[in-house]
Design a protein around this ligand. Sequence first.
Ligand code: AMP
Ligand code: MG
Length: 350
Amino acid sequence: METVIVEITDNDKQREEKLKAAGRVIRQGGLVAFPTETVYGLGADALNPQASRRIYEAKGRPSDNPLIVHICDKKDLEKITKHVPERAKKLADKFWPGPLTMIFEKNDRVPLETTGGLETVAVRMPDHAAALGLIKAGGGFIAAPSANTSGKPSPTQAEHVVLDMDGRIPMILDGGSVGIGIESTIVDFSGDCPMILRPGCITKSMIQEVIGEVKMDEGLKDENPKKPPKAPGMKYRHYAPKAKMILVDGSQEKVQAKINSLAKEAVKSGRGVGIIGTDESCRNYPLGIVKSIGTRADEDTIARHLYGILREFDEQDVEIIYSESFPSHGIGQAIMNRMLKAAGHQIIKV
Ligand code: AMP
Ligand code: MG
């Protein structure tokens, strides 16, 4: 299959036509990869079971891992769910369009192929003009997981999507680099108390400010074999770079000293070493291929570059990556959640 790559910018004169053409692909049951403010998504008509199945095929995604349904109008939420609690409406008013996904009991319009066999459906309204335009042109309900091959880091640039999906899907909308860089926060409203199933840039305290008590899924805590995470996708070893990755946690000075001694050992034994530092620390690492993930003065930059850096290391002759770790509050919680998964939970405390 030939994959057409269509550039889409805000002040493009042919923008409407391009979105219409992409919408036609969706309405006919085809797949279109598109930018959102979080990561690139791989979209299909969420109400067409055959179209949803194509997403799983193109990604190699396990069939029990449900898709998020993207809408372009808050009112459409009621068209695919049985009941929307007041607290969820409050969150939608505060954070939609934006990087927040909420889970509800689904109604019969949503096929089980879209929800991985579950009676619940995850819904989000993205904060991205091209994404909203595509959803509208495509009929209003687009199922879209991240547009990577299953197990690879989520794509934050169209080039990443091309590497994973070229020849597998009919169209990629190229809207440049995404703004946030990690996936949405997921809050489950299908139980008694709202529960965060995946941390993202909308944090627990931001949610609590609007609706009061919200729980954190126990299954997210470290590798907890007794209690698997409630979001099926969180149990897989996602976001994995090809090289083995180890996080080092502690005071800045001790972390840098430890990474340097580990790098020295590895180089001595002839292994290619990668190091993930920050704008502040990179100059303190004399050995290995050293990359800055962003600046500690603005953790948003770290979220934005995380997946791109993991992909860059995949292109290089590196067997082991040592990475600094980050404070687990604010967006740092989402960053550490993704980094721990990338590292298969290998962390050295110093
Ligand atoms: P992705 O779109 O690739 O970021 O993955 C979507 C995430 O949402 C996965 O971790 C899914 O397991 C999770 N998810 C989607 N729908 C549901 C649902 N109905 N119940 C629980 N988790 C869900
Ligand atoms: Mg994903």
